[in-house]
Design a binder for this molecule. Structure first.
Ligand code: ADP
Ligand code: MG
Ligand code: MG
Length: 193
């Protein structure tokens, strides 16, 4: 269940991980992208912290919406629109349910609608999809997250900037998959899954 408290603990921890891993995430984006993923998300993490400090969200919907707005407005690049859409869809769904599996499924549906990618295309979808499946079964584990992230390495990118380098994308982790891995590790640690 995603209560307001769990959402805030989750996101504060994610923001912390992003600022710690900023350089690493941008390094991952260098051979197969434009080297900005960590910097993009670090800007988003700062904006989320600023928004949540300015006004304590009244409920889960307000919290998820504030996170979405910070991401959409402050993160340049594909990942801002994608993560922003995911949190916006979670915010909408949170009016009807606080079940983690339902919220993450709504976020994934938003991501897929926005980016047009499916599994196996070497994007953050390759982490979101197995995490949603595991959460529905009530058994998300760190191993499931880590395996999903690692599985992007041998994939050939067919969506996003990494698809421009074709076969050269093979053998590199997808940066958005790695940052999504941090997102779900933080969720596990916050007791939300
Ligand atoms: P940009 O590519 O605009 O510089 P980022 O570097 O911040 O944006 O984000 C890149 C990440 O976004 C990729 O590693 C991938 O996980 C994700 N991504 C890109 N395009 C898509 C898409 N169509 N669907 C899902 N995820 C995508
Ligand atoms: Mg990039
Ligand atoms: Mg970019």
């Amino acid at each position: 269940m995603l209560t307001t408290d769990i959402i805030l603990t989750w996101i504060h921890d994610f923001d912390k991980k992003i600022s710690e891993k900023k350089d690493y995430l941008s390094e991952l984006d260098t051979p197969i992208g434009d080297g900005d993923h960590g910097n993009n998300l670090a800007r988003g993490a700062e904006a989320i912290e600023a928004a949540l400090n300015k006004e304590t969200p009244a409920d889960a919907t307000a919290a998820l919406r504030a996170i979405a707005m910070a991401l959409v407005s402050k993160v340049g690049g594909a990942s801002g629109a994608l993560y922003g859409t995911a949190f916006l869809e979670m915010a909408k769904t949170s009016r009807d349910t606080t079940k983690t599996a339902d919220l993450l499924a709504a976020g994934l549906a938003g991501l897929q609608k926005r980016g047009g990618a499916t599994t196996g295309e070497k994007t953050m979808i390759d982490v979101w999809a197995p995490v949603v499946t595991a959460t529905k079964g009530g058994q998300l584990t760190q191993k499931i997250i880590d395996d999903a992230v690692a599985a992007t390495k041998p994939m050939r990118a067919t969506k996003g900037r990494a698809s421009y380098v074709g076969d050269s994308s093979i053998g590199h982790l997808d940066p958005g998959a790695v940052s999504s891995g941090y997102l779900f590790t933080s969720l596990l640690e916050a007791g939300g899954a």
